[in-house]
Write a protein that binds this ligand. Structure first.
Ligand code: DX5
Ligand code: ZN
Length: 221
């Protein structure tokens, strides 16, 4: 499977975002991972659709909007209009509202022609989102508790990746994108890829590197 590296702009300098976007594109990024936080689902607040809209003009790379927000269904229209190519929503935020909210939100994302995905936190079994795998273009497994960049990878995520890949194969979707987010480094990238993840989010490992192109290449190989 093609390995895709998705630098997370959470680790970029927000006052120089345009430069950061151009730089990661030049350095070989496959996607741009945009961490949207609302101060409620997770403590910090980052940015909303306006940031996606502005970034959209600067790059041809797909924009991967990771919505760490409550009531994601009410926000989908803004991120779709802003030009997101992928929108992922958290199982926990949806489950809180109703048993069908996750499915409804994924269907709404698709109705805009945008790729959709479900996200599970480290303490949620991946099995909980198996029922929506057929609806998902991508599945995002958190390997840290969301909210902050620069945290340590939680090793239990490796087993979840394996289960997710196995299940995707079983339902006839062997090529399903399985994305891992949090604490990805040059040291653990090989294990993560071997477990079956093919989309690797990396914030500090890319933006903290002296040579971003080399960091992206190292995460990929
Ligand atoms: C955490 C975010 C991640 C974060 C990853 O809540 O969802 O995307 O930016 O950062 P690193 O790679 O530094 O763990
Ligand atoms: Zn993220």
């Amino acid at each position: 499977m093609q390995i895709k590296i998705a630098p997370s702009i959470l680790s970029a300098d927000f006052s120089a975002m345009g430069e950061a976007i151009k730089k990661i594109e030049l350095c070989g990024a496959d996607l741009i991972h945009c961490d949207v936080m609302d101060g409620t689902f997770v403590e910090p607040i980052t940015f909303g659709g306006q940031m996606i809209k502005n970034i959209r003009k600067l790059t041809k790379l797909p924009l991967d909007a990771h919505l760490m927000i409550e009531h994601p269904k009410t926000q989908v229209k803004f991120f779709a209009a802003a030009g997101a190519d992928i929108i992922t929503v958290h199982y926990k935020a949806c489950k809180k509202i109703s048993d069908t909210y996750l499915e409804e939100t994924l269907a709404l994302i698709k109705s805009y022609g945008v790729k959709c995905g479900a996200v599970v936190n480290p303490d949620v079994p991946v099995e909980n989102i198996f029922p929506v795998f057929p609806l998902c273009d991508i599945v995002l497994l958190m390997s840290v508790y969301p909210g902050y960049g620069g945290q340590k990878f939680i090793p239990g995520a490796l087993d979840k990746i394996k289960k997710a890949r196995e299940y995707a194969v079983n339902i006839g979707r062997p090529e399903l994108d399985i994305e891992i987010d949090g604490g990805v480094t040059m040291q653990n990238a090989a294990q993560i890829r071997e477990a079956g993840a093919n989309v690797l989010v990396a914030g500090s490992a890319v933006f903290g590197a002296e040579d971003m192109a080399e960091a992206i290449a190292a995460l990929r190989r």
